[in-house]
Unconditional design. Sequence first.
Length: 107
Amino acid sequence: MSEKKQSAEPTKPVQAAAPASALKYKGRPLVRKGDVICYGDAKSDDYVLVLDIKEKKREKGIETASDVLISIQSSDPELKETVKFGRKESLYAAFEIGEIWLESYLK
């Protein structure tokens, strides 16, 4: 079973502030809303990583992402700028490369 979204454009980051109890990875908030995952602190960092799951597949009863859009976006809501984007075939691969990209923009 495959579910595919039509848009190939990067999704805008979830602008809601991460709650104090939000999951953190390497000291940065990791927030999910539906099929969109945002990594980074939009209040203190200039850029955030946005992972948008575009397609899912089911194997052995487990649903996994099979098409993920990666984007590095400005956290300034007035700029609304995507500075880099790409695609990967798994959530793991997308997060791995996205985190590297994010680190290069935050330095």
